[in-house]
Design a protein around this ligand. Sequence first.
Ligand code: 5GP
Length: 197
Amino acid sequence: MKPLLIVMSAPSGTGKTTLCDLLLQEFPEITYSISCTTRAPRGMEEDGIDYFFLSKEAFQQRVAEGQLLEHAIVHGNYYGTPAEPVREAFKEGQSVLMDIDVVGADLVRRYIAGLPPGDPLRAGFTDIFIEPPSMETLQQRLEGRGEDDAATIQLRMKNAQAELDRADEFTYRVVNDELDLAYRRLRDIIMVKGGLL
Ligand code: 5GP
C-alpha cells in the first residue's frame, strides 16, 4: 500500500473509534498516531497506548519545542499529534491514522499545504469525516451509551453541530448509518488512495 496520512474526524458518538479499530485490524501497515493530551485518563485507558497523558506544563513545553505536528483545545483540554512518529512511520513505508478533531484536521491540511510538492505526506494525505445519519440518531446513540448526563449530552450535541458545520472541508465523508456499510465505504477509500484497488 502507498503510505497514507489518514486524518479522521467525527462528532463523538458517531462510531469513529470502532471504524478506526476495524481499519487497524485489517491493515497492519497502518500505525495509529498516539496523541498527547492534558485530560485525565478514563476507564481502562493506558499512558503510551491510548494517549500520552501530560500535565499542562509538559504539553506546553512540547509545543514550544515544536514537537507537535498540530495541537488544539477540545472540550477544554489540550490535544496534539507528536510529529516524529508520523515522519518515522512514513520513512518505513507505513501509513498513519490520526483520530483528531476538525480544528486539528485543518491544521494538518495547512501543514501539508506548506510541504514541498514531492513530499510523500502530501500525496498520502487522506482526510475523512465520519457523520451520523441525523442529529436525532446521534442523540439516541449518546443517550443509549448511558455514559453521560443530560447536560453533557446537550453539550456534545452542540459540539457535534459545530463539527458537522465543517464537514465540507473534508475530501471524503462517510455516513455511519450501518457499521458494515460504513466500514466498506471507508475501506474502499483507503484501498483506492493506497493504490490497492
Ligand atoms: P477524547 O477525549 O474523547 O478521547 O477525544 C476528544 C476529541 O479530541 C476527539 O474528537 C478526538 O478526535 C480529538 N483528539 C484526539 N487526539 C487529538 C489530537 O492529537 N489533536 C486534535 N486536534 N484532536 C485530537
